[in-house]
Ligand binder design. Structure first.
Ligand code: ADP
Length: 414
């Protein structure tokens, strides 16, 4: 067992020295590794193939509040590394990215969450990474991101206030431009009409941008938190999807719900009943953004298909289009804030580059994941996967929600 703590600097265990060039003495590399691991502010834990802690560095001891490495070594990592989402929601073992990564031996890269530390259950915001090794062991590292979040919080507050303040004058400008363009309220010549139409388009874009910025910051600064309710996902998504049918028809796009691929043949999938615990407003924002995009980036004559199905312990939603597609280079960046693919097709189509960021942010806040597959020039499929719950769990949560609302109503009536 590797325990680098409390080692006395004896003759057998000397203080670190620089590696020498002596052909008989190998360099004392391990001592440098010890110094580095003892000194860094990031927590480092090494577990064996059974999830048992073999090594823990001082930063990890402090962050987990286990007082001493001896209290941690030999323990199952799950007893020490209890995490919840950064929004403060408990994670089931099935949706917990740390457990999933350890069990599947897949690396986890910088998952932002909160560490529940020690007996006081203090919440420490961390970014956690796992690195699987060839022998089945794993290295878990975690970094305190409290300072980063505080700075981000200040930025978010500024963006939110600025967007809020600017939204009102933009709405006024937009209103006056609409009046100028309305023949019943103003007379303008043809040239001026062209200029005013351009100004109106720009003011609409600004209005949209400020609204998107406000939506992004609302979740970032904790002004909104997901309100989870149990839902039957096929009916919920179907209901949201139906609001977009008219827009698709207007653009002469075939639009349907119930097919996994662009072939609308397998309606029987909809006979499945799939449950999840979701925030209905978040679901609407996710679906509205994905479907708006699918319609926006698909030329007339194309198709958009949406489906929901159970996929093991997940609910899988896909929004598939036969539109302009996304290059593999752009595909890596499209979920970033303000990212817009820049090509001759997209330049013509307006947007803020915030829609997919909102989709990702909302999906992750519900314990979900979002990704896309695309063939440039042929079409794109966006996938949203969310933790699924059983029919039993659905009924249990439904009763809990109904009871809570009855109590609230009674309270309100008194
Ligand atoms: P935007 O407001 O620009 O649409 P998004 O964040 O919604 O912003 O999307 C980011 C970029 O991803 C878009 O600018 C576009 O290049 C690309 N994109 C998104 N959805 C699709 C789609 N269905 N087909 C092709 N490209 C898409």
């Amino acid at each position: 067992m590797l325990n680098i703590f409390n080692k006395k600097k004896t003759a057998e265990n000397p203080a670190p020295v620089a590696p020498t060039a002596s052909p008989t003495m190998p360099p004392v590399q391990t001592n440098f590794a010890e110094i580095a691991l003892n000194s860094i502010h990031d927590g480092v834990i090494m577990i064996n193939q059974n999830g048992v802690i073999q090594f823990i560095n001082p930063a990890a001891v402090t962050m987990t509040d286990c007082k001493s490495p001896n209290n941690a070594i030999g323990l199952d990592y799950g007893l020490l590394l209890k995490i919840e989402t950064k929004e403060g929601r408990e994670l089931t073992p099935e949706e917990n990215p740390l457990i999933r990564s350890i069990q599947s031996s897949q690396p986890l890269e910088g998952y932002d969450c909160a560490l529940i530390s020690g007996a006081s259950a203090k919440r420490i915001p961390i970014s956690i990474t796992t690195i699987p090794l060839n022998n089945g062991s794993k290295i878990i590292t975690f970094r305190n991101i409290e300072q980063e979040l505080a700075e981000e919080g200040e930025q978010t507050e500024f963006i939110s206030t600025a967007s809020h303040e600017m939204r009102t004058p933009v709405a006024t400008i937009d209103g006056y431009l609409a009046l100028c363009l309305n023949p019943q309220t103003a007379t303008v010549d043809e040239r001026a009409k062209g200029y005013l139409e351009s100004a109106k388009k720009a003011s609409e874009h600004l209005g949209h941008l400020f609204q998107n910025l406000l939506d992004v910051t609302k979740l970032d600064d904790g002004r909104i938190r997901p309100q989870f309710v149990p839902a039957e996902m096929i009916s919920l998504v179907k209901q949201i999807v139906s609001d977009h049918a008219a827009k698709a028809a207007e653009k002469k796009i075939a639009f349907s719900f119930g097919a996994k691929t662009a072939e609308p043949t397998d309606d029987h999938r909809l006979e499945q009943v799939v449950y999840a615990s979701v925030d209905v407003n978040f679901m609407r924002e996710i679906m509205d953004n994905l479907i708006d995009n699918a319609i926006k980036y698909t030329p007339a004559g194309g198709s958009v298909y949406i489906n929901v199905m159970g996929d093991g312990d997940r609910v899988l939603i896909n929004v598939t289009d036969t539109g302009i597609g996304i290059s593999s280079e752009d595909l890596q960046h499209i979920f970033q804030k303000f990212y817009r693919a820049d090509n001759s097709d997209t330049r013509e189509i307006g947007g803020t580059g915030l829609g997919l960021y909102i989709v990702k942010q909302r999906a992750e806040a519900m314990g979900g994941r979002v990704w896309a597959e695309s063939a440039f020039g042929e079409g794109t499929t966006f996938y949203v996967s969310l933790p699924r719950i059983s029919a039993e769990e659905y009924n249990k949560r439904l009763i809990a929600v109904q009871n809570a609302s009855m109590i609230n109503n009674k309270g309100g009536n008194q």
